[in-house]
Structures are given as structure tokens and as C-alpha cells.
Design a protein around this ligand. Sequence first.
Ligand code: DAH
Length: 332
Amino acid sequence: MEHIELEAKKEIGSAKNSQELEALRIKYLGRKGRMAELLLQIKDLSNEERAQRGKQINQLKRELEELFEKKKNEIKNSESNKNEKIDVTAPGRALPFGHLHPRTLILRQVEKIFQSLGFSVVDSSEMETDYYNFQALNFPKDHPARDMQDTFYIDDELLLRTQTSPNQVRYMEKHNPPLRVIVPGKVFRRDASDATHESQFYQVEGLMVDKNISIGNFKAVILEFFKQLFGKEVKIRLRPSFFPFTEPSFEPDIQCVFCDGKGCRVCKNTGWIEMAGAGMVHPFVFKSAGYAPYEWQGFAFGFGLDRLAMMKYKIDDLRMLNFGDMRFLRQF
Ligand code: DAH
């Protein structure tokens, strides 16, 4: 028995894999194994001796069983480690990243283009006074042009700005000409919302003041702007219009980028899309800002930023920009 014990422990300890171990288990613990043989041999002993021997043999059997179990686990662990192939060079699983909102994307492009043309980008306030939003821009208190911009008034003097144009005067009050700035920001109108109107939307105000500035300069700047934004030459036309703070006033249209001017649903079959209000700065506005009105000339414009996003990304419902619908936003 001692001999078997020594031999078994040695062999189990050095088993290299599960097949070897299984063969050993049969050799020692199998039905016809060494332990079974030992048990057979005790049948000739006296009762007393047999009981004692039997006990010892069974104890050794249990000991060996435990030893097999332990070794089996050891081998299992090392074998499964070997079989599991980990490719340490494989790229990790990509986590879903957030990204910029289409309105932010378009705004960054607009800012970059105007900066490349020498314009500074200026921040501004969404709350305005009646004075800057209207009076300084040549809309007196009783002027009918105020009707064009249904206003959210906070009290007699304060309002949510209806346009970014008040920053023309605000900027000129603090800076001397010549100057080139754009002022992007949110504006508010008491308007019902539909596919092309919202009560909150974004404008980009632009202002260039220098000596000998003409409509030609304006055309050159916005042609270059559209060319860079859309990545191709875009036809424009200037339609005469009216704004109290520009003279003359016009509205630049661009040829519809959806149908290249052939006429479609988006341009209502006209081939053109209204993009902005613009004009030559009215002498009244220079006076409001404290500039000598006939010494300087300038042009000003106000783009609808959401409309630019619609054109650039071919979005046919402006309200999508405000819904926060992930199915829409994930496409950018
Ligand atoms: N502020 C005008 C509007 O919201 C747009 C506009 C027209 C801006 C003419 C300008 C401009 O700077 O010169 O309807």
C-alpha cells in the first residue's frame, strides 16, 4: 500500500494533460485498478485486521480522489489559458461618440470662411433694449417696419432681440473704422412655426465699413462665401427690398442648390432661394454709432443660419434642427 501511495502521488503530480491524468485515474482508482486490487487482497485477513486495513485503504482512496480532482482543475485552467487566443493587436470595441449639432457644424464653417476673408467673429446678447434693436437702426417707436418683426417684449424697454442687427451699432460704438465683423446668434419672433419658420432661429449679421465701399464689394464677399460653403460657384441675384437701416436695401437670393435653378419643391419652382437681408449702411446708423456719416461707407447683411444649414445639408424641414430627434441628428 505504501508503495502504491508513493507511486500514485508521484505520477499524478507529473501528469501533463487531461488524457494522461485520466489514464492514471483508471490505473489507480478504476474498477480493476490498483486500489481495487488492494481491497481484494484483504479478504483473507482476520476480521480485526481486515477492518483496520479496509479503513486505511479507503482513506488512501479518498486522498487520491482529492488529489486527482485538484490536478484536474490545474490542468483545466492551464489548458483553457492555452486555447483562448487573445489578439492583443485587435482594435478595441468602438464606443458611441457624440458629435456636433448640424447648426454648430454650419456655424463653424461660416465663421471659418468669414475669418479667411478678414472678418472677426463677435459674441452678443440675446436680450436687447428697444433702442438698439429698433431705434438706433432707424425704426422709430411708431414705425410700420416694426410689424415685420413681431416682438417678444419683456417690458417697455427690454425685449428678446428680433434680429442680430443691433450689434452693428453696438460694435461701431466701441470700434473705429475700418472694420469687418460677423455676429452670429439666436433671434426671436412671435411667429407661428412651420417648415420654414420658427419662433427662435439663428442669424449671422455681417458688417464691413471702410472708405469707398460699394455693392460690388458686398457681391464679391458673398460670392466667395457661397463658393467656399457649397464647394462650387453659386449664382446669386440681388432683389431690391426695404430695411430702415440700409439704403439701398436688397435681398440676395442664391440659385436653388437642390435643382440648380430648374425649379423644384424647395424653391417653389422659382429656381431661387432667399438667403439674407442686406444693404448699404444707412447714414442714420452711422450717426447712431457716432461715425461721421458721409466719410464712411459700408455694407451689412443678415443671413438665416438655419436656412444655410437646410441648403448645405439638404434638410427640407427647418424644425428638425430643434427637435433633438436622434434619428435625424445621427446623420451628421
Ligand atoms: N435684420 C434683418 C432681418 O432680420 C436682416 C437684415 C437686413 C440684416 C439688412 C442686415 C441688413 O444687416 O443690412 O430681417
